[in-house]
Design a protein around this ligand. Structure first.
Ligand code: IFM
Length: 689
């Protein structure tokens, strides 16, 4: 079905793009409320300051609040703190509208709605300014009668107050009625949001920025929008050549990830970004290990702002460790304004019964995940000064935490007892292989940073970290190369996922919480997550054995799961199977596979899709922060002709075309590569191997 109109029909925006199924996500307006909520999430526009779901302009009282303020939390029952919701800046009292369609054009971040025909035709265009975060724009054209009696709105000022910070909003509209019969009207609205997580901004701050935007004029604002996204895509564009579905999904993922945070100061990126209220906007490991690596590769200032969010809560993390009788810093499983643990203690299960939630108490790997994110940022950007300077405590203080957290037995072996790994179906387990391997990695990186310090004390502490790292048990079965997920896992009922259905499915819904915990079914990559995040910490060559064992036991009960497995299958040379799981990851939101997309997009899954392409199918492996050699080991599914992708490597753009029979590279400075182990010194402008 071709689109029923061209975007340039809205005067003043100067757009002329054709509909392109690999760049445009189109959704028909649905009579089903549930499908509409999913569309609202998928077509959400965000600039890190506010997120605006694609709620129709005339919907006065949406089931899910349309606008959320990034990083500004208010007190809430049960979840302690939740993201502040704001009134719709885009609301219009439209009358007599008929169902139409909305198109999100990823090339310039505009959302166009079209409904009706001929003289009744209504078109609205919105965007969240990528150049001026916090500025939101709406233009609507339609029959005058549809606009009702909406008089030109003078500037309106509002303030919203969160737990400590708040948002000041200034909005103004201009309506012009064209003198023709039947009369048509055009409305232009600018809305500026100024927010702070610490104080309530004065309304004058928003009013000032509004007058600057007004003076710039709609044409210039629209041109800035196009230019900013053009620049972003020049670095970030990617394409699975021969696969439109994956290409659109990959671009959609990048679009939402690049829209999710701010680029200055701190940015709190919740599990659903600003696309919906699920998890109350709380920040999980989703941000550190799924979202941040993408930002570090495509928009380093945004990644730095996400690390700044953790850094500014280091004091809280230190106090928590102290309260629990530990050294260093322990980060919360769920984090919001203060950095205190905000995981709810209780939830409601599928049968409406109250159940304890223990992740806040026991899912401790998040502390090592934060350290991993800081390291990954430095490895990609080359910002070693960050690791040695402000970012250093994210690695050293977390290592101190694990050093004080381990229990050493009589044989001198170190253990982490009573934790939850990524597989949340098994709680309070001992020596979860993933947690121990991450802690070991954290201790070793902490030692590496301390080793550079003058004085015997630091060297002694570093040596202590290293010997603890060596002593930490990891449950590796030497002969097979398989890790037991935790002590006693192998004694559980030996079910595989296929015994109860076709993954993905929530095993706990079928078997109950206790029933699931009694089996070997796992929710998401756990041992395999270690192979993904810290491949140098696992036994060389052990990926195949662990994939063989754990993939059949995984039900993909978490949206974080399919993308990571796709990446690992590709690395293991099983690219066609990897593509099947990548399609599952893509369906999570595009087809609302888990029935939870109405409440917001699964940002970690979007990150996993990008990572599967780059670190799985392209096989890109990074050196440590001081190293130079980028390794590539592409594994393409037979149905793709090539994979094109780009990223910033040490501050400079790097573009790759990976084919079945060769690799092309474009660079603007010399780069050291190895392709399947074969060294390649690439001079600008690049070449082919
Ligand atoms: O962080 C995840 C977790 O791994 C699985 N449950 C949902 C959380 C938020 O996305």
């Amino acid at each position: 079905m071709p689109p029923s109109g061209r975007p340039e029909e809205v005067a003043g925006l100067g757009r002329g793009y054709e509909f392109d199924p690999t760049w445009c996500l189109r959704r028909a307006e649905s009579p089903s409320g549930a499908a509409e909520r999913v569309t609202e999430s998928l077509l959400c526009l965000s600039d890190g300051v506010v997120g605006t779901r694609a709620v129709l302009e005339e919907r006065e009282d949406p089931e899910i609040a349309a606008v959320m303020a990034g990083g500004v939390y208010e007190a809430a029952e049960q979840v302690t703190e939740r993201l502040l919701e704001l009134a719709s800046w885009f609301a219009l009292p439209l009358r007599g509208t008929v169902p139409g369609e909305r198109v999100l054009d990823l090339r310039d971040g505009t959302l166009t709605r079209r409904a009706g025909e001929g003289a009744d035709r209504l078109v609205t265009v919105r965007f969240a300014s990528a150049r001026r975060p916090g500025l939101e724009v709406l233009v609507a054209e339609g029959p005058e009668a549809a606009f009702g009696a909406d008089p030109p709105t003078p500037t309106s000022l509002r303030r919203y107050c969160g737990a400590a910070g708040g948002v000041a909003v200034a909005t103004e509209s201009r309506t012009v009625v064209e003198a023709r019969s039947p009369a048509r009207a055009r409305l232009e609205r600018l809305s500026v949001h100024v927010s702070s997580s610490r104080r309530l901004p004065p309304p004058s701050a928003a009013a000032r920025r509004l007058s600057v935007a007004r003076a710039a004029g709609l044409g210039r604002l629209a041109e800035e929008q196009r230019a900013t996204w053009r620049r972003r895509w020049a670095v970030a564009d990617l394409e699975a050549v021969g696969d439109e579905e994956i290409t659109l999904a990959a671009r959609l993922s990048v679009f939402h990830l690049l829209s999710s945070g701010r680029r200055h100061g701190e940015t709190a990126i919740g599990a659903r970004g600003l696309t919906g209220p699920a998890y109350a906007g709380h920040v999980f490991w989703d941000t550190d290990v799924f979202v941040l690596p993408v930002l570090a590769a495509l928009d380093p200032p945004a990644a730095r702002a996400a690390l700044e969010y953790r850094l500014r809560r280091l004091g809280t993390a230190r106090r928590r460790a102290g309260r629990e009788g530990r050294a260093g810093a322990r980060f919360p499983w769920e984090s919001a304004r203060t950095g205190e643990e905000v995981t709810p203690s209780f939830g409601v299960d599928y049968e409406g019964r109250r159940v304890a939630i223990r992740t806040g108490e026991l899912e401790e790997h998040v502390t090592a995940d934060v350290a991993w994110a800081a390291w990954r940022y430095a490895a990609l950007t080359g910002d070693v000064a960050f690791l040695q300077g402000p970012g250093r405590p994210l690695v050293v203080e977390t290592a101190r935490y694990f050093a004080s957290r381990v229990t050493t037995d009589q044989r001198g072996r170190a253990h982490l007892l009573g934790v939850i790994g990524p597989d949340e179906y098994h709680e309070g387990v001992d020596d979860n292989a993933f947690t121990n391997l991450m802690a070991r990695w954290n201790l070793r990186r902490g030692a590496e940073l301390l080793a550079g310090d003058p004085g015997g004390e630091a060297r002694e502490e570093a040596a202590g970290f290293l010997s603890l790292a060596d002593a930490l048990v990891d449950n590796l079965e030497q002969a097979s190369g398989r890790y037991e997920q935790f002590t006693g896992y192998d004694e559980l009922k030996p079910h595989v996922a296929a015994d109860f259905g076709r993954p993905p499915y929530p095993a706990d819904l079928i078997l109950g919480l206790e029933g699931t915990a009694a089996t070997q079914l796992i929710k998401q990559a756990d041992v395999l997550m270690a192979h993904y995040l810290v491949p140098d910490e696992v036994a060389p060559g052990s990926l195949a054995a662990n994939l063989e064992h754990y993939l059949p036991r995984c039900v993909h009960g978490s949206s974080l799961s399919p993308g990571v497995h796709a990446a690992l299958l590709a690395r293991a040379g099983r690219a066609d199977e990897a593509l099947e799981l990548l399609r599952v990851a893509v369906a999570v939101d595009l087809e609302d596979l888990t029935g939870t997309t109405a409440e917001g997009l699964h940002l970690a899954n979007l990150g996993a899709i990008w990572q599967a392409l780059v670190h799985g199918f392209a096989g890109l492996e990074l050196p440590g922060p001081g190293g130079e050699l980028l390794r590539l080991a592409p594994q393409l599914p037979s149905s793709w002709q090539a994979l094109r992708l780009g990223l910033r490597w040490r501050g400079r753009p790097l573009r790759l075309v990976l084919g079945h029979d060769g690799v092309e590279v474009a660079v603007d400075r010399p780069v050291e590569l190895s392709v399947f182990g074969q060294p390649w010194h690439v001079e600008p402008p690049g070449g082919r191997m």
